[in-house]
Design a protein around this ligand. Structure first.
Ligand code: R5P
Length: 304
């Protein structure tokens, strides 16, 4: 990849350091240094060690796993960098914590997604990039962000990984619920096959039921199924979907997701449920983060 003409410097927050190194390398940008420590009482200390005056600053900052801590860290980073005179500040938030609480489901609940986006904007972020954001009730990022916001996708890279490493035979792509159609469609186009979308009813954060859409017959008999979703949290969505396609006659089941949150024993449950291969990306680093989103981010930053 070529070098950037603009003066771009890329910082990784405490959960984004590895990604920042890869992206800076691919984009031909400077890699910024941050000295991070803890005060004895556990509060965060950091110091930005580079001059950023007049630069386009990029902060790569996944917010999964330790959402509250990482969001506070982002607020402190952007507030500090803003005072150092950059030309612009872009946030790359590959896993966007709190995006799933995008409505008040019961009176008295917070509108967490809206609050986080407001804080990110108001503290001085000029542009935001995220990856396969869970858009369910908020369908367009412009409904929620006033600054330019770009939702990148890792799905082609995930589908490509599955095709080249799991060798599915006569594959069919399955989206486990209606929202996943956007990703199932892209995965199917990447590996040049067809897809089907199932219907999910969610009763709670851990309890879901999945059935064929409108009683539709599934064309999966004797074919290996690739289930594609944005997030795997408890793994229950994937396990339910896998059982249904297996019952409909599918061969092996493979799974790809962008954000492998894998709460508790999700991964073990999926393997025990007969899933033969699972892959996710490094938006949420963990045991199945075999695909890196660095090339997708670097390309987007180079386009500007
Ligand atoms: C929406 O429901 C999402 O797209 C995922 O399907 C969901 O977050 C997966 O959660 P779990 O693994 O807990 O079923």
């Amino acid at each position: 990849m070529g070098r950037l003409e603009r003066d771009m410097i890329i910082f990784g927050g405490s959960a984004g350091e590895a990604l920042a190194v890869r992206v800076a390398n691919l984009a031909g940008a400077r890699l910024g240094k941050i000295d991070q420590k803890r005060f004895p009482d556990g509060e965060k200390y950091f110091r930005i060690l580079d001059e950023v005056k007049g630069d386009d600053v990029v902060i790569i900052h996944p917010t999964g796993g330790r959402p509250d801590e990482l969001l506070i860290e982002y607020f402190m980073l952007v507030d500090t960098i803003k005072d150092m005179g950059p030309k612009s500040i872009s946030a790359v938030i590959p896993y966007f914590a709190y995006a799933r609480q995008d409505a008040r489901f019961n009176p008295g609940e917070p509108l967490s997604f809206h609050l986080m986006t407001r804080l990110i904007e108001q503290l001085g972020t000029n542009k935001i990039y995220t990856i396969d954001l869970h858009l369910q009730r908020v369908l367009d990022l412009r409904e929620i962000f006033k600054i330019p916001a770009v939702n990148l996708t890792a799905v082609p890279a995930i589908a490509d990984y599955i095709a080249k490493n799991f060798y599915p035979k006569n594959p069919v792509v399955i989206g486990p619920d209606m929202e996943s159609e956007q990703w199932a469609k892209v995965a199917a186009a990447t590996i040049k096959t067809d897809y089907a979308v199932l219907e999910k009813t969610r009763f709670s954060a851990t309890d879901v039921k999945i059935r064929a859409r409108g009683g539709e017959a599934l064309n999966v008999e004797g074919r290996d199924a690739i289930i594609i979703d944005d997030i795997i949290s408890t793994g229950n969505t994937i396990i339910e979907a896998a059982q249904l396609v297996k019952k409909a006659g599918a061969g092996k089941i493979f799974v790809g997701c962008t954000h492998p949150v894998l709460s508790g024993n999700a991964l073990a449950k999926m393997y025990a449920g007969g899933i033969e291969g699972v892959v996710g990306t490094d938006t949420f680093p963990g045991p199945i983060s075999f695909v890196s989103v660095a090339p997708v981010i670097a390309d987007a930053l180079k386009k500007g």
